[in-house]
Design a protein around this ligand. Structure first.
Ligand SMILES: Cc1cc2nc3c(=O)[nH]c(=O)nc-3n(C[C@H](O)[C@H](O)[C@H](O)COP(=O)(O)OP(=O)(O)OC[C@H]3O[C@@H](n4cnc5c(N)ncnc54)[C@H](O)[C@@H]3O)c2cc1C
Length: 444
């Protein structure tokens, strides 16, 4: 018997899921959402010979509110996916420039074994389109304009597929598969539908961005980050940072992200904070209303591994739907693509086992692997977020003494961006790994 949960809190309809219609499409795995998490999962699954359906509610290209910045970790994932990063449209950066309290430092990406020594920017308008096309070319069946509305489960609560509405007329359809990857972003509708609640103790940050035409900065070789911003209404430090990222196409992506203000326990007014900050940018950059190339848009940043477990009863959570945004930096693209690769590998290995307890055991290796790779890093980041960033922003860690010390800065930069290699490639990596080993592994 198939039951349906409607994406509004796990309710079932007692088996009124309906009979299999002629239009039902089947696969070994359904991936919900073709953002970086979903498309990357689909590429890796298709490559492993898994029959995969990738369902996306929008059409491509489409906009996604983002800073569009990738560190070397993200570049590494793109290469693994077979994306041609030498093609036109990619803007390379060689590091970060931190601006704080009248000082600024430029930090080049390190030369490490496996990771490239450059980052990239590309608007999500093109980026997500490229990734989805890559998934299609690799063999995944991409279905756009399909909005997943709920999950179908069997009597024991295991996933059997999803319900959806398709096309402009919202035609009701069903897609059937024994495994579903929820990669539907911050809304986490698929996960919520099966009762995967967010850890209420973990704050959800928010970020806003706007494009401006700026010939002066569009080819800047660094990702610029401002750490000494204030909330104009309260005068308190912004519990986050601002950015100016070069797009290489005549535009810059300007925005800021912030945790909820700890001392006020309420979200920051991002628009007011941005308006307060922009007049501080040099006049000749041209970052003002007359050069705006888009509206200001904002979206939540679910961070700190805030939805667990990442696997239960046939449903795997990847990317923002699992709250995988880094609590250190607010980045989520590389994290989503890395987790997608782990999920895909786990699924491929699990499908090689007969359905039943042995396959189930293999699928539980996904949260175990997430835990092994990233739990300590996120735990320390969550602590830093609670004690430091949400109260004082990034200003304390970019104290003038730290900014004057190349060694401290290098450790800090790698901590913030997780651009580090395993096993350690240099002393900075060794220090970072030693620090992380001191962090107790959180319970799953
Ligand atoms: C302002 C801002 C700036 C940011 N800047 C950066 C940055 O510079 N670098 C960085 O690494 N990260 C950044 N992030 C975070 C990053 O955008 C996310 O972490 C990342 O997009 C997560 O990828 P995802 O695939 O999990 O989710 P998403 O990118 O949100 O993709 C989810 C996909 O699922 C689809 N979908 C949703 N619901 C359904 C449904 N019911 N049925 C079918 N499809 C559905 C959506 O249309 C979408 O295509 C920023 C975020 C914000 C808000």
């Amino acid at each position: 018997m198939i039951t349906k949960s409607d994406g509004n809190g796990g309710g079932r309809d007692g088996g009124r899921g309906g009979s299999e219609g002629a239009g039902d499409e089947e696969a070994q795995v359904i991936v919900v959402g073709a953002g970086p998490a979903g498309s990357a999962a689909a590429v890796h699954l298709a490559r492993a010979g898994v029959d995969v359906l990738l369902l996306e509610k929008s059409g491509f290209p489409r906009e996604k509110v983002c800073g569009d910045g990738l560190t070397p970790r993200g570049v590494h994932q793109l290469v693994r996916l077979g994306i041609d990063i030498d093609a036109p449209g990619w803007m390379r950066n060689k590091g970060m420039r931190w601006v704080c309290g009248g000082h600024q430092v430029e930090l080049d990406w390190p030369r490490l074994g496996a990771l490239p020594d450059f980052g990239l920017t590309r608007s999500r308008h093109d980026f997500d389109d490229l990734l989805a096309a890559r998934a299609s070319a690799t063999g995944a069946r991409l279905r756009t304009h399909v909005k997943v509305t709920g999950t179908l489960t069997d009597r024991a609560g295991y996933v059997m597929g999803v319900t959806a509405s398709r096309g402009p007329d919202a035609e009701p359809v069903r897609y059937l598969a024994p495994l579903v990857v929820a990669a539907d972003g911050a809304s986490a509708r698929t996960a919520l539908g099966l009762g995967f609640e967010r850890d209420a103790k973990r704050p959800v940050a928010a970020a806003a961005r706007r494009y401006y035409r700026s010939e002066a900065r569009t080819h800047d070789p660094y990702l610029e980050l401002w750490a000494d911003l204030r909330c104009p209404r309260t005068g308190l430090d912004l519990p986050g940072y601002g950015w100016v990222f070069p797009m290489g196409d005549g535009r810059v992506n300007v925005g800021l992200g912030a945790l909820p203000q700890q001392r006020r326990r309420r979200p920051v007014d991002l628009k007011a904070a941005l308006e307060h900050w922009l007049p501080r940018l040099p006049e000749e950059w041209g970052v003002h209303e007359g050069n705006a190339d888009s509206p200001l848009r904002s979206a939540p940043l679910p961070m700190g591994l805030n939805r667990r477990p990442q696997y239960r009863r046939g449903l795997l959570l990847v990317g923002d739907s699992a709250g995988m945004v880094s609590p250190w930096s607010g980045e989520g693209i590389a994290q989503a693509m890395e987790a997608a690769e782990v999920a895909a590998e786990t699924i491929a290995l699990a499908l090689a086992r007969p359905a039943g307890p042995r396959r189930e055991h293999a699928l539980h290796q996904y949260p175990a692997e997430i835990q092994r790779r990233w739990a300590r890093y996120y735990r320390l980041g969550n602590l830093a977020g609670d004690l430091l960033f949400s109260r004082f922003g990034y200003r304390p860690i970019l104290h003038p003494r730290v900014m004057a010390s190349p060694h401290l800065l290098r450790v800090l930069a790698r901590l913030l961006t997780h651009v580090s290699d395993e096993p350690a490639q240099d002393t900075v990596d060794a220090v970072l790994h030693a620090l992380l080993r001191l962090v107790p592994v959180p319970r799953r």
